[in-house]
Each structure stands twice: as C-alpha cells, then as structure tokens.
Write a protein of this length. Structure first.
Length: 112
C-alpha cells in the first residue's frame, strides 16, 4: 500500500510540474512581419494605412478587417494585429483618430 501511494504521489508531481511548465513557459506570440508608420493629426490609422500600402479588407460587424498588406495574407493560424505606441489597440483602425505623431504598427502574428 505504501508503494502505491508513493507511486501516485510521483505521478501527481510529474503532472503538476508539466502543467506549470506549460502555463509559465509558453512560447510568446511571434510577430512574423511588421508594418509601421507615424500618425498624422486628424486622420484615421486606417486612412493612413490604405493611402501608403496596398491592402485588402473584409467588411465585418465591427468595421473593416485588414486581410492583406502588401500581398502578405495571414494563414488560418495568423492575423494582422493593430498597435498604437506598442500597445494593442482597443478600437479598430477605422475608429482610431490620430492625435499627434503616435507610432502605428501592424503585426502579422500567429495564434499559438
């Protein structure tokens, strides 16, 4: 009986340490490609993107979703992420009105 308890304890420790490793040491989302530009006051991030780069979009309930920038299209495991001054945007690019010279970035990122 003592050996069975000892074996169960070892198995629990191994399972717990594997779960802990997965939670804390996951590979971060990898940025594959980055497009960046600075804002122009009173223009939207989307207007600036579409006037400087060849893009493709898809209309959604939340506005236009960028599906391609300069021919770079996300796979089914990727997406174009929109950042303002290195922070993920809380709104879509069409809704973001530039205030000053914020740095806008579009990162082709992978789901992990």
């Amino acid at each position: 009986m003592f050996k069975v308890r000892y074996l169960v304890l070892i198995i629990l420790i191994v399972v717990a340490s594997t779960a802990t490793y997965s939670l804390f040491f996951q590979k971060p989302k990898e940025s594959i490609k980055v497009i960046s530009y600075n804002c122009d006051k009173d223009k939207t991030a989307f207007d600036l993107l579409s006037s400087s780069y060849k893009i493709e979009t898809k209309d959604t309930d939340f506005g236009k979703m960028v599906t391609s920038i300069e021919g770079s299209k996300p796979t089914d495991k990727e997406f174009w992420a929109f950042y303002i001054d290195s922070k993920s945007s809380p709104v879509g690019a069409e809704q973001y009105n530039c205030i000053d010279q914020e740095k806008i970035e579009w990162k082709l990122e992978s789901f992990q």
